[in-house]
Design a protein around this ligand. Structure first.
Ligand SMILES: CC(C)(COP(=O)(O)OP(=O)(O)OC[C@H]1O[C@@H](n2cnc3c(N)ncnc32)[C@H](O)[C@@H]1OP(=O)(O)O)[C@@H](O)C(=O)NCCC(=O)NCCS
Length: 405
């Protein structure tokens, strides 16, 4: 199969949308719907053409990824990946991934990141699960908070127009407080959030939290659905998006959600694994975990660049050798001491030897080196370094991607 791989032109956007819809088996965009996410950074699309027809689409966006310590890493955010059902398993995705990674390297982006429709697709391209997402459900009537509410802030329900202004500003502050968070560019909100995510809800609401000084510091967007079965309200409140600048505000938003009347069940599908709800209620067993799934996948295209961009929790020194899918090898010494952190390329013997996927899993502190060593995913040359490496790479709070792209 002879393929041409290139970016699309503005007059090919309709074809791009159609190929994406056919590849995912999804619904067409509603007439008049925003195309902001479709038309943003079109030059970063990488589309496969066979005999002039689109058979596979993919693209990257220029994101900032929050690293442990709060620095931003420029990252290629991979999205829109799909191949027509007529052309699967012939290497189209493999060609697209190579083209996107080449482009990311040319832009000096040390990492590529994505979320996956299926968990088995991307390991072969050097991606590892950097953050996990927690889904939970709780019966509202069974949830009581253990301590009285001492929040001196306020929560207010706002109109869609007000939310369109306030939410991006709050999100942009909140994303700085946790590793694994990413940019939401201005062109993300209209199509992805308001049209695709919120627009599909029958009844959605936005509540904004402000601190005691009146400064907005968190919000929750939620949907209420379900029945009044037999005269009793058995409705479900599903959290669509919750963001907070501090753990205290996050807990206040949970209190708000569980305080809403006429609700049977409260559910959330994308929470960090260190979500505090179970610690603040009387009966933690009533907070039911539905799943812990992979969420952000990270491929370190430049291991030294990735490791240099983060901070480390304790002092120490560890030398990591990383093998990429294309056979290249990187050897990086990470040293943290009283004088600060240094990450340098080295030629000395490594303490830990792994592939890109494992570095992708540990880079943000979302997995411990020792658990991957136990799973046989890592060659430990100096066992005495393992516990130290766990401690150095730990990230607090736990890394999480509280977004979608
Ligand atoms: C996932 C998808 C893009 C793969 O495209 P493709 O062109 O068939 O992939 P390739 O032919 O390049 O496959 C490369 C390798 O990955 C494997 N692979 C591809 N899709 C896979 C999947 N869904 N699960 C497991 N392995 C998969 C192939 O078997 C192949 O393995 P091999 O090298 O050992 O033979 C395509 O199946 C698709 O469009 N799926 C529906 C939309 C979707 O889920 N997109 C991903 C969004 S994150």
């Amino acid at each position: 199969m002879s393929l041409e791989i290139r970016a699309v032109e503005p007059d090919e956007v309709d074809d791009l949308l159609l190929a994406d819809q056919r590849g995912f088996g999804g619904e067409p965009l509603r007439p008049g719907a925003s195309r902001s996410w479709t038309t943003g950074e079109l030059e970063r699309t990488r589309v496969a053409f066979e005999a002039g027809r689109m058979v596979g689409v993919s693209r990257t966006y220029s994101f900032e990824l929050t690293m442990p310590g709060g620095a931003f890493l420029p990252a290629a955010a991979v999205s829109w990946v799909s191949v027509l059902p007529t052309h699967r398993r012939r290497g189209v995705l493999t060609r697209l991934m190579a083209a996107m990674h080449d482009d990311a390297r040319a832009r000096d982006e040390p990492a590529a990141i994505l979320t996956a429709s299926e968990g088995a697709i991307y390991t072969r391209f050097g991606y590892g699960v950097a953050t996990w997402r927690l889904g939970l459900t709780a019966e509202r009537a069974r949830i009581a908070f253990a301590r009285p509410d001492d929040d001196e802030g306020t929560t207010r329900l706002v109109s869609r127009e007000d939310a369109e202004i306030a939410c991006p500003e709050i999100y942009d502050r909140a994303r700085r407080t946790r590793a694994g968070m990413v940019t939401r560019p201005d062109f993300w909100w209209p199509q992805v959030f308001w049209e695709y995510i919120v627009g599909r809800a029958k009844a959605s609401f936005v509540a904004i939290h402000a601190d005691a000084q009146g400064r907005d510091d968190g919000y929750v967007v939620y949907e209420i659905g379900g029945d009044w079965s037999g005269g009793l309200p058995d409705r479900r409140l599903s959290i669509i998006d919750m963001q907070a600048e501090s753990p205290a505000t996050w807990i206040s938003l949970w209190r708000y959600a569980f305080g809403i009347d006429l609700i049977g069940t409260v559910a959330a599908s994308n929470l960090p694994i260190d979500d505090p709800l179970r610690h603040v209620v009387v009966d933690s067993r009533r907070v039911r975990v539905d799943y812990v799934n992979d969420h952000l996948w990270l491929a370190p295209l430049d291991p030294l660049g990735v490791l240099s961009a983060r901070s480390y929790a304790v002092s120490g020194r560890v030398v990591v050798e990383v093998h990429a899918p294309d056979g290249t090898r990187s050897l990086v010494a990470v040293e943290v001491g009283d004088d600060g952190t240094s990450c340098v390329a080295t030629t000395e013997p490594p303490d830990l030897v792994c592939d890109s996927r494992v570095l992708g899993m540990c880079a943000l502190g979302g997995n411990r080196w020792s658990e991957l060593a136990d799973a046989g995913r890592l060659d430990v040359r100096r066992p005495e370094v393992l516990t130290l490496a766990d401690a150095m790479f730990l990230a607090t709070p736990a890394p999480a991607l509280l977004s979608h792209f």
